[in-house]
Write a protein that binds this ligand. Structure first.
Ligand SMILES: Cc1cc2nc3c(=O)[nH]c(=O)nc-3n(C[C@H](O)[C@H](O)[C@H](O)COP(=O)(O)O)c2cc1C
Length: 511
């Protein structure tokens, strides 16, 4: 088992986790949604996003190189078409009467260039555009784009001004052109502040506000393949994928997903095995289906429908993947990955705390913590653990029992490296579970660590912090039903193998 985990890189592990529900395919997903009565027919205007290709970071970069190499495109041509696609997609969804004020946030690379082009087209479409472009580059291409906007008297505003007030008070649409598919690691100032401001705007928005965040190609700060790994909570309302959606688009939960970049020649389609929708007429963009994301009234269904055996998977991890997907897409479940984990110490005293699930696969459930914390010490002495998820708005709960072990150092390193710098410093500053004199002491320790690492780009993972995996031998699915006649289905195994070949037996205890 350890060997297997050592060999599976963290990103493989995560990909197997995150991609799983989609990998099971479109028809099954729709079947599930049909059960909950939320499926509407795929309109001729939108294309089912489950059936199209998604690109990883390296193929996306290679594809760009191919376009600009043997296929004869120049970067400014591609940027012009990308920016035009974005402006057209925005115009499809948000009209100038209700969403007339646009603030374009421009990053230092090509994604920012797409934003500058989109700003120009949006101006010509009748929007009142402002641009925030904090780290301007001196390349002629970008200088020219800025000159073009200045000649249209489009105001450029400073990042401090943008951060002074809520984004919703400054614009109806924030066009996020900060980072695209080349982005890695965690965002640095001033971009981190702009991203937090977008995240805050989504959370504080009220019903009826004419406000939307629209991301170009990749929501800023997201890992290109795995989504919001850094926990920045930046969920845009609209995503405009360019050329082909990137893998992280599978994690997009907003309402409108468009594809733009109508320039892909057949060589590229063949070389990268792309399945892409046809653009209608002369349109520069095509809408992808996101109907399946809206499962917010799922609760009613679970009060009336039974958890029937024929709808349950043979493998409980597949069943978990299906339920987790529902929890993730339920707008009122804010942290679907919060789970309570119980440990038992050497005096047989149990204790329980909430942690965040950071991955799951046939091998088990992954989370990260301090190995020297109370739980860490418990696990060393007694690897028997239990965990519970409760997704209250859905009336669904999952209970897990099993044994725990540490993830490989390589997997822990990979996850540590993906964390925002402040989280890394936070972990270094806290001897988790030990008693401190005051919160000031903790803040002081944080500042000391921050200074200590101020000149270093990379903060190494301390040996006492890392991942755990719970390897289940029992998983129960609980679904609340009317009159307290809840459904419970338990999968158990006595097999010691840790992959999908494990044999699971199902039973149904009384509620
Ligand atoms: C929503 C939520 C998420 C949390 N996620 C984690 C986590 O992923 N890892 C962790 O070590 N602690 C996490 N904590 C803090 C733990 O609940 C707990 O306070 C901490 O791990 C110390 O527990 P211990 O003293 O029993 O070891 C989280 C708390 C909450 C409320």
């Amino acid at each position: 088992m350890v060997f297997r985990l050592l060999r599976a890189s963290s990103s493989q592990l995560y990909r197997s986790i995150i991609a799983r529900p989609q990998q099971r395919g479109y028809p099954q997903h729709r079947f599930l949604l049909k059960r909950i009565g939320k499926v509407s027919p795929v309109s001729s205007m939108s294309f089912p996003s489950e059936t199209i290709s998604y690109l990883g970071q390296v193929p996306a970069q290679k594809l760009d190189e191919d376009l600009m190499g043997p296929l004869g495109f120049s970067v400014d041509q591609l940027m012009e078409l990308a920016g035009l696609s974005c402006a057209c997609a925005i115009h499809e969804e948000y009209n100038t009467a209700t969403h007339g004020r646009v603030l374009v946030l421009v990053g230092p690379g090509n994604n920012g260039g797409d934003g500058l082009v989109a700003a120009r087209h949006l101006h010509h479409f009748g929007y009142q555009v402002q641009v925030c472009y904090p780290k301007q580059t001196d390349k002629a291409l970008y200088r020219n784009l800025v000159t073009q906007l200045e000649s249209l008297r489009i105001p450029f505003i400073g990042v401090e001004t943008v951060l002074e007030a809520s984004l919703a008070s400054q614009a109806n649409i924030v066009l996020d052109g900060l980072f695209g598919f080349s982005f890695k690691g965690s965002p640095r100032p001033p971009f981190d502040g702009l991203i937090s401001s977008m995240a805050r705007a989504v959370v504080t928005r009220k019903d009826g506000d004419n406000f939307a965040i629209v991301s170009i190609d990749v929501p800023s700060g997201w890992n290109v393949e795995e989504g919001d790994m850094a926990g920045l909570d930046m969920q845009p309302d609209m995503l405009i994928s360019l050329t082909a959606p990137k893998l992280c688009a599978k994690e997009f939960r907003g309402t409108h997903h468009y594809l733009g970049g109508r320039f892909v020649p057949p060589e590229i389609v063949e070389k990268y095995g792309l399945v892409l929708p046809k653009y209608p007429g002369s349109s520069m963009c095509v809408k992808l289906d996101t109907v399946s994301r809206d499962v917010s009234n799922i609760r009613k269904m679970y009060e009336t429908e039974a958890l029937s055996d024929i709808h349950m998977h043979e493998n409980p991890m597949d069943q978990f993947a299906e339920w987790f997907e529902q929890a993730k897409h339920c707008k009122t479940v804010e942290e679907p990955n919060a789970m309570a984990v119980a440990s038992v110490n050497s005096d047989a005293q149990p204790s329980v705390r909430v942690v965040l699930l950071r991955g799951f696969s046939d091998h088990g459930f992954v989370f990260y913590s301090n190995y020297e914390s109370r739980k860490g010490r418990d696990f060393e002495g007694n690897p028997n653990v239990a965990a519970t998820f409760y997704w209250e708005p859905l009336g669904m709960s999952v209970r897990v029992e099993g044994t725990i072990q540490r993830l490989s150092a390589a997997d822990s390193d990979a996850y540590w490296a993906s964390r925002p710098r402040e989280h890394q410093i936070g972990a270094l500053s806290s001897a988790q579970s030990s008693i401190i004199e005051s919160s000031e002491q903790l803040l002081k320790s944080y500042e000391t660590m921050k200074d200590e690492y101020s000149s270093k780009d990379v903060i190494p993972r301390p040996s006492w912090w890392g991942g755990y995996i719970i390897q289940p031998h029992s998983i129960e699915f609980w679904q609340g039903r009317a009159s307290r006649l809840h459904d419970r289905v338990i999968y158990t195994t006595d097999s010691t193998t840790t992959d999908s070949t494990k044999h699971w037996v199902r039973s149904r205890p009384s509620p």
